[in-house]
Write a protein that binds this ligand. Structure first.
Ligand code: SAH
Length: 213
C-alpha cells in the first residue's frame, strides 16, 4: 500500500471539485483530502481514483462517486460522537468519511466477500467502526437502535419501515429511493409518529438487494 505526495495533490484537487459542486462542509472536504481513495479500489483504476467517478469493486458492486459520498455525508449533518448506521459498507470509503467526522459507526453489508475484505482492510488504515455486520440492511440493527443518523448507500425500491423506527427523535434517515435511478430522500423524525420528508434530487446507485444470493 503506497500513498504519495502525488496522490495528496490529486486529493486536494478532488476536494476543490467537490467544493465547486456545492460541498461546503470543511470537515467533509478535509476527509476527502485525507482518505487515500486509490487504496479502496482495484489497482487497475488507481490512476483515475481521484476523479469524481464511481468504480467497480468486488461482488459486482461499486464504490460511490465522491460527490455522492460527500453530498450524503453533508446532508446527514453528522456530529462527533453520534451513532450512525450505514447500510452498504461496500469498499468502506463512505465508512471512512463517517469515521473522519468522528461518528460511532455501525456498518452492514450483505455480500460476504465485501464484508470480509473491507472489515480487514479499514482497520489497517486506522479506521475502526464500532461494528461491521454481515447481514440484511432492510432489517436495520434493532439491537443497537436507536441511531442519530442512518445512511443507505444502495438504491432502495421502497423505504424499509425498520429503518424509520430505529431513528432517534430528531434523527435523520438518508436513502436513495427508486429502481433504475433514485430520488435521494431525507426523513427527519419529528416525534414517535411524525417524519418530515425532503426529496433532494436524482442519483444512481446499485440496487439494495432483498434476497440472499
Ligand atoms: N458506500 C459504499 C457503497 C457501495 S455500493 C462505497 O462507496 O463503497 C452499495 C453496497 O450496498 C454494496 O456493497 C452492496 O453489496 C450493499 N448492499 C446492497 N443491498 C444490501 C442490503 N440489503 N443490506 C446491506 N448491504 C446491501
Amino acid at each position: 500500500m503506497r500513498d504519495t505526495s502525488k496522490h495528496q495533490g490529486l486529493r486536494n484537487q478532488l476536494a476543490n471539485v467537490l467544493s465547486a459542486k456545492g460541498i461546503l462542509d470543511e470537515n467533509i472536504l478535509n476527509a476527502v483530502r485525507k482518505i487515500p481513495r486509490h487504496l479502496f479500489i482495484d489497482s487497475s483504476f488507481e490512476s483515475h481514483a481521484y476523479q469524481d467517478k464511481a468504480f467497480p469493486i468486488a461482488a459486482d458492486q461499486t464504490i460511490s462517486m465522491p460527490y455522492t459520498v460527500a453530498f450524503q455525508s453533508q446532508t446527514l449533518e453528522v456530529k462527533p460522537g453520534e451513532k450512525v448506521l450505514e447500510i452498504g459498507t461496500g469498499s468502506g470509503y463512505q465508512t471512512a468519511v463517517l469515521l473522519e467526522l468522528k461518528a460511532e459507526v455501525y456498518s452492514i453489508e450483505r455480500q460476504r466477500e465485501l464484508f470480509k475484505k473491507t472489515s480487514l482492510f479499514l482497520p489497517k488504515l486506522g479506521y475502526n467502526p464500532k461494528r461491521f455486520v454481515f447481514g440484511d440492511g432492510y432489517k436495520g440493527l434493532p439491537e443497537q437502535a436507536p441511531f442519530d443518523k442512518i445512511i443507505v448507500t444502495a438504491g432502495a425500491p421502497f423505504v424499509p419501515k425498520p429503518l424509520l423506527s430505529q431513528l432517534k427523535i430528531g434523527g435523520r434517515l438518508l436513502i436513495p429511493v427508486g429502481d433504475s435511478t433514485q430520488i435521494m430522500t431525507l426523513f427527519i423524525r419529528k416525534s414517535s409518529k411524525e417524519f418530515e420528508k425532503h426529496e433532494l434530487g436524482d442519483f444512481a446507485f446499485v440496487p439494495m438487494l432483498q434476497k440472499k444470493n
